[in-house]
Write a protein that binds this ligand. Structure first.
Ligand code: SF4
Length: 367
């Protein structure tokens, strides 16, 4: 296949017409407020529209302006973010809101370069906000755009290579009609999302099927090309829910990991999946529970949880401490079971608590 720069392959007026006829009604498309557009873009990174919509509505309700978000505590923001994953996005969002509130007088930046300086904002997000809110002529390139352009133009350069990123950015910018930046960017992403989809693109109703190089050369399944395969590390986590009648111990995660500042339970990590007996014989388990009287009352089956760079295998053990929790408290926080609902917790733990424990009734305020 050859890479063609022939602009006639993608008639942008036709693309924008398609968009007006087929676009989904999404709440962030009804505003020109750069703050709300920024919220939607950060929420939608790595998140499906169906899931992201309720979070967008929650954030715009709880924090109607950038100053409201800046004034919230990090714990409140993480709690509202709970379930979306990739928690660094929420922490960056909060940092950026405080920067806009404190350093920019609460006025959201209005140029590509100044938006790009906000924490957690990259090339794609700056182009999206600059074009949607201010009609500035910066072309977006997201996964949908990579897929559509690689198929339409028959581009085989890997989309995750330096050369590929430059090539696709340059092509998208060349195609962008200067006076229709917002419509064009929305249209090209929407087309990739609902027409030229990853697995079963709707080629039979595609307005570009005559010019599409991938369709002509039967390369749809092969394109776009990625050169790097993601390596996912496997980890085995044994969570210990150490409880008395109405209290339990939780662990606030410090350090720089993915779950920084979220709460989980005391945990013993093992090199492979281990049985309850081998767990209770392990040094970490014995150190943690030394000097206490306890009984393992429930052990869960193993749950698999997939993150971008890790596959987690987690088991949960409910351990009733017959003497006082203080004996093993250490650096953990001792809380009432009813307080758990107010703590930001990782999705893996929320799923377990919701689906398999009688703590569910105590989690009524979780979304
Ligand atoms: S013809 Fe098929 S593969 Fe080509 S752009 Fe249209 S939907 Fe995508």
């Amino acid at each position: 296949m050859t890479y063609l720069t022939d602009k006639s392959i993608l008639n942008t007026a036709q693309l924008i017409d398609w968009y007006h006829l087929n676009k989904r009604d999404l709440p962030w498309r009804l505003t020109k407020d750069p703050y709300k557009i920024w919220l939607s873009e950060i929420i939608l990174q790595q998140t499906r529209v169906a899931q992201g919509t309720s979070y967008y509505l929650k954030f715009t309700t709880n924090y109607p302006t950038v100053n409201d978000l800046a004034e919230a505590s990090e714990e409140e923001v993480l709690k509202d973010w709970q379930g979306l994953g990739y928690y660094s996005r929420a922490r960056n969002l909060h940092t950026a809101a405080k920067f806009v509130a404190n350093e920019m007088g609460g006025i959201f930046p209005n140029s590509y370069a100044s938006i790009r300086e906000l924490k957690g904002v990259g090339d794609y997000t700056s182009a999206a906000i600059a074009s949607f809110a201010f009609d500035l002529p910066h072309a977006v390139v997201d996964g949908n755009v990579y897929r559509l352009l690689s198929r339409l133009f028959g581009i085989e350069t890997p989309i995750d290579s330096t050369q590929g990123k430059k090539q696709f950015a340059s092509l998208a910018q060349t195609l962008l009609p200067i006076d229709q930046a917002a419509n064009y960017n929305q249209a090209i992403m929407e087309f990739g999302a609902i027409q030229c989809t990853p697995k079963t693109p709707k080629c039979h109703t595609c307005p570009f099927s005559i010019s599409c190089i991938a369709l002509k050369s039967d390369q749809i399944e092969r394109l776009p090309i990625k050169e790097k395969k993601l390596k996912q590390k496997k980890r085995y986590l044994n969570y210990l829910i150490l409880e008395s009648d109405d209290e339990l111990l939780v662990n606030k995660r410090d350090g720089k990991g993915i779950w920084q500042n979220l709460y989980d339970f005391p945990m013993v990590e093992s090199a492979t999946s281990i049985s309850e007996r081998n767990l209770s014989l392990s040094k970490d388990f014995q150190t943690l529970l030394s000097g206490s009287e306890f009984k393992i009352v429930v052990s869960s089956k193993e749950r698999k949880h997939i993150l971008s760079h890790q596959i987690l295998f987690a088991k949960f053990y409910h351990i009733y401490i017959t003497d006082k929790l203080e004996v093993i408290k250490g650096n953990f926080e001792q809380i009432k079971k009813t307080e758990l609902a107010n703590k930001p917790i990782p999705k893996l733990i929320e799923n377990y608590l919701r689906e398999e424990t009688n703590l569910l009734s105590l989690l009524g305020s979780l979304n």
